[in-house]
Design a protein around this ligand. Structure first.
Ligand code: ATP
Length: 266
């Protein structure tokens, strides 16, 4: 019965306008080696989509291609219907495709509040450049406070980024990314290096930050992926292995074999 089909069970190309970001035939060669080979991806608007795979599967390379940090050897990338294959990272960021933990890198000696304000200044452009007088940037303070509150850093707003715990630094990076009000936010291993106590809050934070936007996440922690993500693409040896819900991909024998191979390789 068609009404029992979830959106994700429809043919991927049945409704191209439902996708915020798509890649077709995405390929990256380093010398003669294919780090990513002929990958097709469709990231549904409003979804939280994960890119997973064993070590060396090509996740980071794929992520770098999508965020325009690397230039593809072949293939096309489309963001909201626009071909962004040849565009620079800064230009796609202005269009609303923002990579967190890179563009939004925090300044260690500025306070949490100042960090978010700098991000807001860059988002609002010349009118709020940081060499303007304090009174000129005052209107941004309220918005910065609001963003800090949203990521649970209201109490820490006057601490420098360097003084924040690892988990709070990541929360600050999410706040600075949200300052740019991205349509699609790409997160590179947001829980990497985190202790157990920080993982749940940051997962909640990403869920909250994802409201009203699209998120693509490269994540090693499969428990985070299972609780957070609507759709999962699995890469292996630079190629697309499978795609589906967490239940689908985690019960796929090829995925299990790929991950077991990964464990053996370590
Ligand atoms: N700049 C480069 N030059 C040559 N080979 C590269 C380069 N970057 C990545 N590779 C190779 O491409 C393959 C995919 O690497 P990539 O980092 O994209 O995988 P990954 O899935 O992110 O791995 P991990 O989970 O270990 O971070 C690996 O074999 C890697 O050694």
């Amino acid at each position: 019965m068609s009404e029992t089909l979830s959106l994700d069970e429809r043919r991927p190309d049945a409704d191209a306008s439902a996708y915020a970001l798509t890649a077709r035939g995405l390929t990256k060669q380093f010398g003669g080696f294919h780090a990513v080979k002929n990958v097709d991806l469709s990231i549904r608007r409003g979804s939280i989509h994960a890119l997973i795979g064993p070590n060396g599967a090509g996740k980071t390379t794929c992520f770098n291609l999508l965020t325009k940090t690397l230039t593809p050897t072949a293939g096309t990338i489309t963001f909201e219907g626009r071909d962004i294959t040849g565009m620079r990272a800064a230009d796609v960021a202005r269009l609303g495709l923002v990579r967190s933990f890179q563009i939004s890198a925090t300044f260690p000696h500025l306070t949490a509040l100042e960090n978010v304000r700098v991000a807001l200044q860059s988002a609002y452009g010349k009118a709020f450049h940081f060499w303007r007088s304090l009174s000129a940037v005052e209107p941004l303070n309220a918005r910065a406070e609001e963003l800090l509150d949203r990521v649970g850093l209201a109490q820490s707003r006057n601490l420098t980024a360097a003084e924040l715990s690892y988990g709070k630094k990541r929360a600050l990076e999410i706040a600075t990314t949200l300052a740019l009000d991205p349509q699609i936010m790409l997160l590179d291993e947001p829980t990497a290096g985190m202790g157990h106590e920080d993982i749940e809050p940051i997962t909640e934070l990403i869920r909250e930050a994802a409201k009203g936007r699209t998120v693509l996440i490269v994540e090693h922690n499969l428990s985070v992926v299972s609780t957070l993500c609507d759709r999962i693409t699995v890469l292996q040896h630079g190629q697309l292995l499978t795609e589906g819900s967490y239940a689908e991909v985690s019960s796929n024998p090829d995925v299990i074999t790929a991950y077991m191979g990964g464990v053996d390789d370590d």
